[in-house]
Ligand binder design. Structure first.
Ligand code: MG
Length: 247
């Protein structure tokens, strides 16, 4: 059993922005009994609490759980009665504005998003350590999101333009419709390294499980570390994998 198992959230533990199933909650709790577990994703802490923590059984050993929201720009651990922030690489107001300007320009340049049309909630969200562009808005229905960019071409186009316009930041593809922007050098690999250091665990002993490890995918940065990475096809695949680990 690896001393630390790290999961991506959307597409791996749960469907995009959906809570984990009660079966998944039970399995993660089983894993927490025998090893340490971390979750890393582009969402904010509140999203992690809603999607994962609230769905764990009441006796789950939260002291073994580590949360890396905003793509690893922050780390939280459980201190008995609350989630305590260990670090956060926050973006300043000025940085946030620079990013927002670049996003609007990239949307126009690529023709991928028309900001004059209404969306399902905010398209640009400031999450402290990260600014996230969601092409259809934060609350877009799952079907709409899946249909928006099935071949990744829109995200790749936006990603390329934003990377060029924002050389002092890290730009990554998030979920089905989103692009995540953090401070330069801050990504999932950064968060994983920080957590391994904190726990004194060599990266090579860690197992990472994600659904987008392929080139250009949301989990690709993980390959900058020495962790062992396992690709899954979705949450049911992840359930099978955890079952094989805890039996
Ligand atoms: Mg994913």
């Amino acid at each position: 059993m690896p001393p630390l198992v790290i999961f991506d959230l959307d597409g791996t533990l749960a469907e995009s922005k959906q809570p984990i199933t009660s079966e998944m909650g039970m399995l993660v709790a089983k894993l927490l009994d025998v090893t340490q577990v971390a979750v890393v994703s582009g969402g904010a802490l509140s999203q992690f609490l809603k999607q994962v923590v609230a769905k764990l059984p009441p006796d789950a050993r939260l002291e073994h759980l580590y949360l890396l929201p905003t793509s690893g720009a922050a780390l939280y651990e459980w201190r008995g009665d609350a989630w305590s922030k260990i670090y956060e690489e926050r973006l300043s107001e000025t940085e946030k504005e620079t990013i927002e300007t670049a996003i609007r320009a990239a949307a126009k340049e690529t023709g991928c998003i028309d900001f004059s049309k209404s969306a399902w909630g905010e398209r640009i969200e400031y999450r402290g350590g990260q600014v996230t562009l969601s092409a259809l808005g934060q609350q877009a229905p799952l079907d709409e999101k899946k249909a928006w960019d099935p071949d990744h071409s829109k995200r790749h186009a936006l990603h390329a333009v934003l990377k060029e316009r924002l050389p002092n930041f890290s730009v990554g593809i998030g979920g089905a419709t989103s692009i995540d922007i953090t401070k330069r050098g801050v990504d999932k690999a950064y968060g994983i390294r920080k957590l391994c250091e904190r726990l004194g665990i060599p990266e090579s002993e860690v197992l990472y499980i994600g659904d987008e490890l392929a080139s250009g995918g949301n989990d690709e940065a993980v390959y900058k570390t020495n962790v062992r990475a396992e690709n899954v096809g979705g949450p049911s695949d992840t359930e099978r994998l955890i079952k094989s680990m805890v039996k």
